[in-house]
Design a protein around this ligand. Structure first.
Ligand SMILES: C[S@@+](CC[C@H](N)C(=O)[O-])C[C@H]1O[C@@H](n2cnc3c(N)ncnc32)[C@H](O)[C@@H]1O
Length: 301
């Protein structure tokens, strides 16, 4: 197990992301997730957004909560194929630990430490971006209401007429599929239910992800729409590996029996359940989150 501490850590949204445990393993998982998302979507910039901004001589793109910056560095390569070589591509994240060294970043890509939810943005960044991109931020958002601070940041950063592009998956929904009736997937299904129950118990809701376009619209973005893409079957095993890494990591949020004997799920029980889940995946059981939603909206002119 990656987690051997006997301490029990309460889950806190952005605190989770600045913890020392968000290290190379998290980054490796995010790299894998990036390429799996690309296999699903087939675009970095959604085609109508790309068409609208591709002629811009001084294209500026911001990626909020950019993680290791892989979306931006890949966007740089893609833009080069369109002969766009002068774009300014800025990534912002609360935790810079997984940023590549600037010496290895392509020209035009800059990554900076910034708490995007702090409520104050550097004035020089306001109203300058053609596109603001957000991806996989749901773990930081408790419910529909909590989408507002990041929507507000996106709105402030965009130029009038600029586009917000936001991709998410339902972080409370793990679809368990079995290759044949002989491999039942009981442990993986139990894990999926335990996690869903734990989120509900903490009042964390994810239904906003399925209606993300309506939240953009209600916030004042124009022409908001939602594109939905199913994950590819041939990627299900790799998605499973991605989620197993998360499930292994979150053992830290279940208290050891000795600390909280009455907890509904002790760390020991979780570790045991996880080991059984891994065995099932070795028999071909897969876990994935079904689909990826892309919400697009435009800042009014
Ligand atoms: C699931 S990762 C997604 C990273 C990246 N968007 C991607 O798709 O690869 C969530 C990211 O949100 C960042 N984050 C969490 N809270 C933040 C905040 N308040 N301001 C900026 N970044 C934040 C984390 O540090 C982490 O890199």
């Amino acid at each position: 197990m990656a987690t051997s501490s006997t301490n029990f850590k309460e889950y806190g949204q952005s605190q989770y992301w600045v913890a020392p445990a968000r290290n190379f393993r998290t980054s490796a998982r995010l790299h894998l997730q990036h390429f799996l998302i690309q296999n699903t979507l087939g675009y970095l910039l959604e085609p109508t957004v790309e068409k609208s901004v591709a002629a811009s001589q001084a294209l500026k793109v911001a990626d909020l909560a950019c993680g290791n910056g892989v979306w931006l560095t890949e966007l740089h390569s893609h833009l080069a194929t369109l002969n766009i070589t002068t774009a300014q591509l800025d990534g912002f994240d609360i935790n810079p630990i997984n940023f590549p060294a600037s010496a290895y970043l392509p020209a035009g890509v800059t990554l900076k430490k910034l708490d995007i939810l702090a409520g104050t943005l550097p004035p020089e960044l306001k109203s300058i971006y053609d596109v603001v991109h957000i991806r996989a931020f749901d773990s930081v958002i408790r419910n529909a209401e909590a989408t507002k601070p990041i929507l507000s940041a996106a709105m402030e950063l965009l130029k009038p007429g600029g586009f917000l592009q936001w991709e998410e998956m339902r972080g409370d929904n793990w679809v368990v599929e079995v290759p044949s009736p002989e491999t039942p997937g009981v442990a993986c299904r139990t894990i999926s239910q335990v996690l869903k129950g734990a989120l509900q118990a903490q009042g964390i809701e994810k239904d906003w992800v399925d209606a993300l376009d309506t939240h953009l619209e209600a916030f004042g973005f124009r022409d908001a729409r939602l594109l939905v893409r199913e994950k590819r079957k041939q990627d299900w095993k790799a998605w499973t590996e991605d989620y197993l890494m998360v499930w292994e990591e979150i053992a830290a949020f279940f208290p050891p029996k000795a600390t909280k004997p009455d907890a509904p799920m002790s760390r020991e029980a979780w570790v045991d359940l996880f080991a059984k889940g891994v065995k099932e995946t070795e028999q071909g059981v897969v876990v994935h989150q079904g689909k990826i939603m892309t919400a697009i909206g435009q800042k009014p002119i």
